[in-house]
Design a protein around this ligand. Sequence first.
Ligand SMILES: O=C(O)C(=O)C[C@]1(C(=O)O)C=C[C@@H](O)C=C1
Length: 368
Amino acid sequence: MARSLAELRTAIDAVDQELLALLNRRAALAHEVGEVKKLDGSPVFRPEREAQVIASLQQANPGPLKPEGIAHVWREIMSACRALEARLRVAYLGPAGTFSEQAALQFFGASIERVPCASIDEVFQATAAGRADYGVAPMENSTEGVVSRSLDLLLNSPVHVVGETSLLVRHNLLRSSPSLEGITAVYAHPQALAQCQQWLNTHLPHAERHAASSNAEGARLASTHPAWAGIASERAASEFGLHVVVPAIQDEAGNRTRFAILCLPSTLAMPAPSGPQGGRDCVSLVLSVPNRPGAVHDLLTPLKKHGVSMTRFESRPARSGSPVSAWEYHFYIDLQGHPSEPHVAAALQELQGLCAFYKVLGAYPVSE
Ligand SMILES: O=C(O)C(=O)C[C@]1(C(=O)O)C=C[C@@H](O)C=C1
């Protein structure tokens, strides 16, 4: 006979007691790790180790928990354990309720000190100046393409990339009342307005569209006037006491944004490869080539020769200010693998020899 609800809950309570004891044993070990790290001055946050922990648990997982569930649960367990070693200060594009905040929580877990910033520039500045240990900056969106400000800032900033996280971005129409009737204006970040333009054209063709500094700021503005709406996360809706009038209005169902995790090399040097147990690693570079025919084509030769895959290739005007170089470009390239692997190291060395400008932005485990 099937067990009753009360019996099942009693069984769950007993398991929770066991979990509590086990989690505290784990936390005590992490605390001890923190003491060892204090002695040798090594960094508290080790993304490659966290990636390995999650990957090996996912491989060992007999179910019924899903692999994503394992990742979520252990992300928070490790966040709470890490906070016993030191509470990381993480800068992101605020205010509370932005997708950048969600990305920061997805990557670091909730046991962090939040450092909301007014702009992407401020995220880089706060991280470079040591007001935050880590920064989280949006890099590209699957509908709208690259976030050019972030790429430009990476070029000259002393921070490097030590991780990435990809967030499924669901845009919701938020308002103080639960109806679509009588909306005269919609406030959101320009990227969100662009990602929802077909929906807005169809359902709110007469509402004015206004750019806000962030979606959360758009939601805050929407909360100040009954005829205004915002486009933002569910988190922003609860933050500003708004209704989700229509959920998921983005034009592309699988709309994702990729965020880079930044820090000074003195906070965390290039993470070691996540290894066979972990996920895949990626090297991000920015480079420019001499202005001569075939120079861009030649970049591919060392990659082909050493069997290194390129997973991203973006170009940005170099903006050097010189009229002669007005049409020169910086290329942002992601390669599969880690610079400590001999074939990757060989390809990088040959690549560098072909470039007028060459900077490794970072090497890190790729997300998902
Ligand atoms: O293994 C370590 O270096 C730890 O500090 C422990 C731990 C964990 O909880 O497993 C916590 C923080 C690090 O980012 C990685 C892993």
